[in-house]
Design a protein around this ligand. Structure first.
Ligand code: FMN
Length: 135
């Protein structure tokens, strides 16, 4: 059994649609056991409501969960040319896993949704420093 995590953040539901499709595709892999998990929200409820965020009651992941998977697919909307702050905050909590080499050797991929055609997909997908060792 190959455990795959599809891990996403979505404010307005576009990345959620992508994440569902990515998980569906991953499930067709032989021996794949795929979990679809959202990255926890950090925006206060009153701002979510006034900004029209879609409420997502999918199960949330915690940074410690990253160690449990062979492959991780990260999904994020573009926010001013970069990943959503929720995604960065989640990854920044994985320092302990990084220190213990628990992310070494994992397979990773990313998927991104922007509002415009050249809205920053490439920069958004730089989920790590180009000088860092691959996860
Ligand atoms: C604060 C904010 C910043 C954004 N910045 C960009 C951007 O730099 N480039 C772009 O093309 N779209 C930008 N967008 C649009 C979103 O990336 C796009 O609508 C995305 O599909 C939303 O995904 P979601 O529905 O999963 O939240 C921005 C949206 C918000 C709310």
């Amino acid at each position: 059994m190959t455990r795959i995590l599809v891990l996403y953040y979505s404010s307005y539901g576009h990345v959620l649609i992508l994440a569902d499709a990515v998980a569906e595709g991953a499930r067709t892999g032989p021996g794949a056991a795929v979990d679809l998990r959202r990255i926890p929200e950090t925006v206060p409820a009153d701002i979510r409501k006034s900004a029209g965020f879609v409420e997502d009651d999918a199960p949330a992941a915690s940074p410690a969960n990253l160690a449990d998977y062979y492959g991780i697919l990260f999904g994020t909307p573009t926010r001013f040319g970069l990943m959503a702050g929720q995604v960065k905050q989640f990854i920044d909590q994985a320092g302990g896993l990084w220190m213990r080499n628990e992310l070494v050797g994992k397979v990773a991929g990313v998927f991104v949704s922007t509002g415009s055609q050249h809205g920053g997909h490439e920069a958004t997908m730089q989920l790590q420093s180009p000088t860092a060792e691959p996860m």
